[in-house]
Design a protein around this ligand. Sequence first.
Ligand code: NAP
Ligand code: FE
Length: 373
Amino acid sequence: MSHAFSYFIPTRVFFGRDCLNNNYATLSGLGEKALIISGRKSAKACGAYDEIVEVLNKLNIEFVLYDQIEENPSFSSVQKAVEFGLENDADFVIGIGGGSPIDAAKAVAVLIANPFMKIEELFDGDFDIALPIVAIPTTSGTGSEVTEFSVLNSPENRKKSFKSDVIFPDISFIDPKYTLDLPTELTITTACDALSHSIEGSLSLKSTILTDLYAAKAIELIKENLPKLVNSSLVLSEEERYECRQALSLASMLGGMVISQTGTVLPHSFGYNMTTFYGIRHGVATIIFLPSVLRKAERTNPEKLRVFKESFKSVDKFDDFLEKLGVYKNIPKLSEKDLVDFSQFVAKSMHVSVTPGNITYEDIISIYKEVCG
Ligand code: NAP
Ligand code: FE
């Protein structure tokens, strides 16, 4: 078997407890005034905001804070952050939070560097500069801290993503301690996102020997550690709890490194409208479609399930694992109109061509019926 591939991730990653404090000098040189971008509460509650303020003060770097990014960031909040950054002459951005503030920070970095560009033009990809970007994840799921993707919510309530090498973060500080108090529901949905990235990446027709290695490790880490956190959190010692969190942060980063090369496949496309129109969080909205897509792929390309099976053995066992996590609770039944609209959206997505299984429009309808019927 030949192994031709390319691999490109220009992000300098610092991983581990107190990694920001221990490596803060790397921030000097990025700029003179930072625009910090976060959601409303968690960046402060988890301690990341105070830490970045402390190190920026030590480095005599000025900063301003825009802390109004909502889940599934809207065009309008990105636009407001851009105006705020321009008014304040910010020359680099720091995204603190889950995928939403980090993705918003990436969009803002492009739009401030290209002040005549409209937000819709992000999706044409016709730009080649962005302000420097620092990412500080406080969830463990999206892997946005190491990807060239940003996912925004359009005024029509559609998830739209753009990709560019210039939005890979320059530096990521991944400290698992910021995730210690993530509530169980967010722990499950974000870990499901990382698990989907890893399994989808291994399934993708664009997988490589290197992404398979990362995916295999990430899948194993989540399979071992997520149930411990969900079912026995109360009996874990502080150190054991930290180790589980560390495993999920590492898995999230590895999953991000996987999709930075392979992209995602059909379950992500299936999930997008479940999030925007039915409010199901991204990780759960995605993973509920993974067993059906795996079964289709197994018929035509059984070898593409090799990495997945090293950990989960069979699709039925994986389904069981998901059932025990409770991801199938509260799945809404789709209206006839949504069933057709969503299926057309999925059928037109770029994900079709990289997903094994020769999945047709009829298959897409039947998968939606199977999961949301
Ligand atoms: P998120 O949407 O960023 O945040 C979800 C919720 O978690 C928010 O209420 C947030 O509160 C809270 N939160 C964050 N950190 C916390 C902490 N340490 N403790 C307690 N609560 C915390 O969640 P996410 O799942 O990380 O990101 C999802 C977004 O990323 C979606 O838009 C998805 O499409 C996108 N995504 C991007 C990529 C990529 O490669 N770029 C990949 C996959 C998914 P606050 O609002 O107060 O912060
Ligand atoms: Fe995702």
